[in-house]
Design a protein around this ligand. Structure first.
Ligand SMILES: Nc1ncnc2c1ncn2[C@@H]1O[C@H](COP(=O)(O)OP(=O)(O)OP(=O)(O)O)[C@@H](O)[C@H]1O
Length: 258
């Protein structure tokens, strides 16, 4: 078994052209604390890429840099062919309509109904051309997660698993090309977590989205990942398939799979 760090990149040139995210030599420090040091990542079209890293490893910092919410000290970031570091605020807003976010927890607006929660991104990104009226888009998104009957309920009336599914519907409503999942199964019981994972997979198949999934959940990574990147020692310490990484002889890599 080869060490995953040295696993050859077998993707073809054709795949390379299809990279939806490219991060090169990303560096970010806060004062003396170096969080990312020459971090590299490529995510290809249609791929489910899992990022694993210990708490505080810098996953959120990397995501924030990637979507233009935080400025790196140096490095290159390309998302859907756009050089993030060169984009103006307005251009970033347009690009963000092509990126769906499912945050840790569900982050629904408690004072809004399910319908209003789903309408929110539609209002925010009015300029994005979508086929269908608001009502139809809301219902389609809810049907995708099997919760059309909750449209007029408040988030507090839903279980944690249902809230997560509504948040997924909201992440999907703009038909994004990329979805960023931050700990999609955290806080859910194993059965509900599995349901969410299956939903993520069916949605990916239906809409052909590319998904970047941050998770500590080894079962989630095993089921969903086409490829994984381990963020350790401020960099992309190892990458490969779940099989490759989980069979590594490197104790630092093994620690992720215990
Ligand atoms: N705005 C900031 N100012 C100073 N330090 C920060 C800032 N944002 C993040 N950090 C530090 O950067 C490090 C990485 O944080 P980050 O939130 O990216 O970790 P993480 O890998 O997402 O962790 P978790 O899995 O717990 O969410 C932490 O030590 C954090 O304290």
């Amino acid at each position: 078994m080869k060490d995953p760090k040295t696993i050859q990149d077998n993707s073809t040139l054709e795949d390379k052209k299809d990279a939806v995210i490219r991060i090169k030599n990303l560096c970010k420090a806060f004062g003396d604390q170096v969080v990312l040091n020459n971090f590299n990542l490529e995510m290809f079209n249609g791929e489910n890429l899992v990022i694993m890293g210990k708490s505080g490893a810098g996953k959120s910092v990397m995501i924030k840099c990637m979507v233009g919410l935080m400025e790196p000290d140096s490095g290159e970031i390309e998302v859907l062919g756009n050089d993030i570091l060169q984009l103006k605020q307005q251009e970033l807003d347009v690009l963000r309509a092509d990126i769906g976010f499912l945050f840790q927890g569900s982050a629904l607006y408690d004072s809004m109904t399910v319908r209003e929660n789903l309408e929110f991104p539609l209002r925010r990104h009015k300029k994005k051309k979508l086929a269908g009226k608001t009502d139809d888009l809301v219902m389609e998104a809810l049907e995708n997660v099997g919760l059309a009957n909750t449209v007029d309920l408040m988030p507090a009336e839903l279980s944690g698993g249902m809230q997560r599914r509504i948040a997924l519907a909201r992440a999907l409503i703009l038909k994004p090309k990329i979805i960023l999942y931050d700990e999609p199964t955290t806080g859910l019981d194993p059965i509900t977590a599995k349901e969410i994972i299956l939903l993520m997979m069916s949605i990916q198949k239906k809409y052909k989205t590319s998904s970047l999934i941050i998770t500590h959940d080894v079962d989630c990574a095993r089921v969903i990942s086409n490829r994984m990147v381990l963020l350790l020692e401020q960099t992309n310490y190892a990458q490969g398939t779940f099989e490759e990484l989980s069979h590594s002889n490197d104790p630092k890599i093994q620690a992720f799979f215990k």
